[in-house]
Write a protein that binds this ligand. Structure first.
Ligand SMILES: [Zn+2]
Length: 269
């Protein structure tokens, strides 16, 4: 099976995960900048993290035959400190020309606070000024619907942002239609315990179609599964989905969205 993992936090994973992903047919992995499990104390911490995402992790992935791409931002969880966020935002432009950088992400909201919203708007402005794709994280559980509405309002109010160049990730049953109706893309995150299980994600695909939707594992330092995408593809097969329909969701759709960035090239194609 051929697939693209469009959202995985590989800096938190061991090399065995790279081996397993390549063996399962992964053609490329994309890594958004995110919260590392602890708050970084200075902009220098982010500078080093951006070097890790754009220099060191692509080399580690290449050792296992995997193309590695990344997205840059200060994540919503650390955006509560607006001064720190502004200093980190000022660092990002110098990294945008690096060969594996696809855009700005994963930006968004965590607790839907005023400061998070302010920093979200700054990121959207940065993406617009540098003509970057955008990847958005939506809040968890009870904050998700409100947070998704707030995020969509910010994106829709900026006339420079083309909806087809934005993906809203971690959608669930109650937010997927809201996102797709804007013309933006939607990502479903497959987690063993929270977010979408494979069965729920397939229910959503059966209800809302395969247009502008992708699947990702968002594997990180917590309870997560780097093989969640191929496992869900197998479950789709078991439920009677045709091979072409499965490939559309796990390979063609991410390829279509990500190829809007000319740097997204898979040499084996
Ligand atoms: Zn993530």
């Amino acid at each position: 099976m051929k697939y693209i993992e469009p959202h995985a936090h590989m800096v938190s994973r061991v090399t065995d995960d790279y081996v397993k992903m390549t063996t399962a047919g992964c053609a490329a992995v994309c890594e958004p900048a995110f919260w590392a499990g602890f708050d970084r104390s200075s902009p220098d911490g982010f500078h080093d993290y951006f070097c890790q995402l754009t220099e060191h992790e692509p080399k580690r992935a290449a050792k296992f035959g995997l193309k590695h791409f990344s997205w840059l931002c200060i994540n919503p969880k650390e955006s509560e400190d607006v001064k720190l966020a502004e200093e980190v935002l000022a660092l990002i432009p110098q990294f945008l020309d690096r060969p594996n950088v696809l855009g700005i992400g994963e930006i968004g909201l965590n607790k839907n606070s005023r400061n998070e919203l302010k920093v979200l708007e700054r990121h959207v402005d940065l993406a617009a000024r540098h003509d970057q794709l955008i990847l958005v994280h939506t809040p968890h559980l009870e904050d998700k619907l409100k947070g998704t509405r707030l995020i969509l309002d910010v994106l829709k109010s900026d006339r420079r942002i083309k909806p087809g160049r934005v993906i809203i990730d971690h959608v669930e049953e109650h937010t997927v239609k809201l996102v797709l109706n804007t013309g933006m893309w939607a990502g479903m995150t497959l987690y063993p315990e929270t977010k979408c299980t494979p069965a729920r994600a397939i229910d959503i695909l059966e209800n809302f179609g395969r247009e502008r939707l992708w699947l990702n594992s968002a594997c990180d330092w917590g309870v997560s599964d780097p093989l969640a995408v191929p496992r869900t593809a197998l479950e789709m097969k078991r439920r009677g989905h045709r091979a072409r329909a499965i490939e559309r969701v796990v390979y063609q759709n991410p390829m279509t969205f990500l190829s809007q960035c000319p740097k997204f090239k898979l040499t084996e194609d």
